[in-house]
Ligand binder design. Structure first.
Ligand code: FAD
Ligand code: SF4
Ligand code: SF4
Length: 479
């Protein structure tokens, strides 16, 4: 092993090539190229095969990262794929969009002074190759079971659970209010981070495996929760969080002030070839406009970079803290800066200004960082007399998401929620207070990450299977 691995002393870190900013501003294609086989093998060989791999500990899926890095370094790609796919339902997606700098790679402990192993890029390479070579097969079961699950939500949490349960023979029915499966992977995250074909080839595979999708079906409107509980042995709620956090500022009713998800969904739909009247009319289209995005998270970064690609005249991000305190991934901030986004740090909005019913800009105030609060985070305070106007014809509010009122939506007032509106589950069984009704993903955690949704989906599938086993065992025990 020593010969092949531990090459960090000889080889420097190399990330996949990035398309030049001038080119990528023009389209919605992914910005990173793929490793070629030689570079993937070389970069994987930099791993020092730690006895206690901190990369794995900090991967939400606790994947056997050193194992598949070693197999890749040795050119044993099919085996690398098998080891990787055993712990991840969407490895090529995580390889693209996990914030690796905060997870696996951020905790890679190659000797001090050496850059981390490029784990995410290798994971993507392994699995894109597996797709090309035809190694990825539908998760068809060996035998069918007379057990069915109704899954509400076709995002990564619902789909990860669907794949697990189908592979052991369950009859799996996935209900989603949208017309396509994928959740935020299809209508939230833009194509320049995750091309849509990468998502649809997976959902097509699930269909081939016998998972039934009921699209354009909103639970609470088209079918009741009570009906689903009647129809299925277990129900999983994996509905994500969609209620946009808002700022109660004067002028919020002006035309041209829009929530982030409406803007991103319209753009993704357009890219998928749909008719989008609000895009064509210009209401949700940044072309030729001065765009101001309020917020500093990943959703804000996606709005900024989408606006650039739609041909905005200028794109500015207003964020009330400084760069070091941004919640968004630093990699995405750097990409946005390269593409021409201007950041107005330490700037908080005070009001939307307008003329003739349409927004003309945001009045903002400069902030400064004060003393840390109880959580250790520095508080921000306005600098008196520092108000300024940021001109804008399209203002996008990207301030985060909260859960919708699920007990109300589902007409299930007994469904227990936390004070944040997320669903309360027993953390061992992942079951809500309604017997046989489980929950997973953002609707339990609050807005999080795809990789955590996958983890939850896989875990809840195991809990649902155990619940059904235990239930089936009861009458036998009584006999
Ligand atoms: P979702 O993906 O939200 O899926 C929930 C599904 O439930 C949806 O399809 C919805 O239509 C459906 N649904 C809701 N209510 C009903 C109902 N009543 N009836 C039927 N169906 C219903 N994470 C990353 O790891 N990396 C990133 O780069 C990243 N970028 C992001 C960019 C944006 C703009 C956003 C908004 C999020 C991003 N995230 C990212 C976060 C990530 O997308 C989510 O954490 C993840 O998708 C949550 O998965 P989920 O399955 O819980 O919910
Ligand atoms: Fe890293 Fe995400 Fe892959 Fe885990 S799933 S190894 S965190 S890229
Ligand atoms: Fe390899 Fe880094 Fe993980 Fe150690 S922490 S096993 S060097 S990838």
């Amino acid at each position: 092993m020593a010969e092949r691995m531990l090459q960090f002393v000889r080889l420097t870190q190399q990330t996949p090539d990035k398309r030049p900013a001038t080119l990528r501003r023009e389209d919605f294609q992914e910005i990173y190229d793929r490793f070629d086989p030689a570079r993937a093998s070389e970069q994987a060989s930099r791993c020092s095969q730690c006895g206690v791999p901190f990369c794995s500990i900090h991967c939400p899926l606790n994947q056997h990262i050193p194992d598949w890095l070693k197999l890749t370094a040795e050119g044993r790609l099919q085996e690398a794929h098998e080891v990787n796919a055993a712990t991840n339902t969407f490895p090529e997606i995580c390889g693209r969009i996990c914030p690796q700098d905060r997870l696996c790679e951020g905790n890679c402990v190659i000797e001090k002074g050496f850059d981390s192993v490029t784990i995410g890029a290798v994971e993507r390479y392994i699995n894109d190759t597996a797709w090309e070579k035809g190694w990825i097969k539908p998760p068809k079961p060996v035998r069918e079971l007379d057990r069915s699950v109704g899954i509400i939500g076709a995002g990564p949490a619902g789909l990860a659970a669907a794949e697990r349960l189908r592979s052991i023979g369950w009859q799996v029915h996935v209900y989603d209010r949208y017309d396509r499966a994928g959740g935020l992977m299809i209508y939230g995250i833009p194509g320049f981070k995750l091309e849509k074909e990468v998502v649809t080839r997976r959902t097509d595979l699930f269909r081939e495996a016998g998972i039934t999708f009921h699209l354009n079906v909103e639970v609470g409107r088209d079918v009741t929760m009570a009906e689903l509980r009647e129809r299925h042995d277990a129900v999983l709620i994996a509905t994500g969080v969609y209620k946009a956090r808002d700022v109660a500022l004067p002028g919020a009713e002006l035309g041209g002030v829009v929530p982030a998800m409406e803007f991103l969904t319209a753009s993704n739909r357009k890219g998928l070839g749909d008719e989008v009247p609000d895009f064509d009319s210009g209401a949700l289209n940044a072309a030729g406009k001065r765009v101001v995005v309020i917020g500093g998270g990943d959703t804000a970064m996606d709005c900024l970079r989408t606006s650039i690609r739609q041909g905005a005249a200028s794109v500015t991000c207003l964020y009330r803290r400084d760069k070091a305190n941004m919640p968004g991934s630093m990699r995405e901030v750097a990409n946005a800066e390269e593409e021409g986004v201007r950041f107005a740090w330490l700037s908080a909005p005070e009001a939307f200004e307008g003329a003739d019913g349409n927004v003309t800009g945001v009045r903002a105030v400069r902030m400064h960082l004060g003393l840390p609060d109880a959580t250790g985070r520095q508080q921000v305070e306005p600098l008196p007399g520092s108000s300024f106007k940021e001109p804008g014809d399209l203002v996008i509010k990207a301030l985060g998401f909260d859960p919708e009122d699920l007990p109300g939506m589902f007409n299930e007032p007994a469904l227990d929620v936390t004070r944040w509106g997320t669903l309360r589950v027993d953390h061992r069984t992942m079951m809500t207070n309604l017997p046989g009704v489980f929950a997973a993903g953002d609707i339990v955690r609050g807005a999080s990450l795809v990789v955590w949704a996958i983890r939850d989906g896989r875990d809840v599938a195991a809990q649902i299977a155990a619940y059904a086993e235990a239930k089936a065992a009861v009458p036998q025990a009584a006999e």
